[in-house]
Design a binder for this molecule. Structure first.
Ligand code: ZN
Length: 183
């Protein structure tokens, strides 16, 4: 009997606690999203670049409550691997040994109070790194810790490599998609 009273007191205390909590904060139960107008987003799967090209990263991050931070990462895919977030697989065309791959991770804070944020970054592809298949990854975390990842297959080939990547995009990355909403 004593035990029952103790238990019910405990349950009551817990119920009161969680009631208070619900009053204090609205729960964020939705992970952020990585998207954007298909005509503007870049890079996209299977795009081919060359050393010295400028790799533009343009994606739109959204969250129903508040965005937190994001990361951009490049690493080689010489030993073919996938990420859970990979939706498209390109033909794997190279088997370059990993000697000096292009790789980096950069992290950025998103200003407070944003539910929409546009990533606009440019990276010049170094001309002294291993050629082959690469992944560009974008990871976005919202203010409560939900993380969404997007992994994009890109290729870095020697300047004169003829490539038919059938992606419908021209491979002249000098175009700047100036029909849209770059800000
Ligand atoms: Zn990867």
């Amino acid at each position: 009997m004593k035990k029952n009273i103790l238990l019910s007191t405990l349950f009551m205390a817990l119920a009161m606690l969680s009631a208070c909590k619900e009053d204090d904060e609205v729960k964020d139960t939705t992970p952020p999203e990585i998207g954007g107008d298909a005509a503007l987003v870049n890079p996209i799967d299977c795009q081919v670049y060359h050393p010295g090209d400028v790799l533009k990263v343009y994606y739109v991050l959204t969250d129903d409550m508040e965005l937190g931070s994001y990361e951009i990462e490049v690493h080689d895919n010489f030993q073919p691997h996938t990420h859970s977030a990979v939706a498209v697989h390109c033909p794997h065309l190279s088997s370059t040994a990993t000697v000096y791959p292009w790789t980096f991770v950069e992290a950025f804070e998103i200003p407070e109070g944003q539910t929409r944020y546009i990533i606009e970054k440019q990276y010049t592809i170094p001309d002294d790194r291993d050629l082959g298949d690469y992944h560009l990854e974008i990871r976005v975390t919202d203010r409560t810790g939900w993380t969404t990842e997007k992994s994009i297959d890109i290729k870095i080939y020697a300047p004169n490599t003829p490539v038919d990547d059938n992606d419908g995009h021209d491979d002249d990355h000098g175009d700047n998609h100036d029909s849209g909403t770059q800000q």
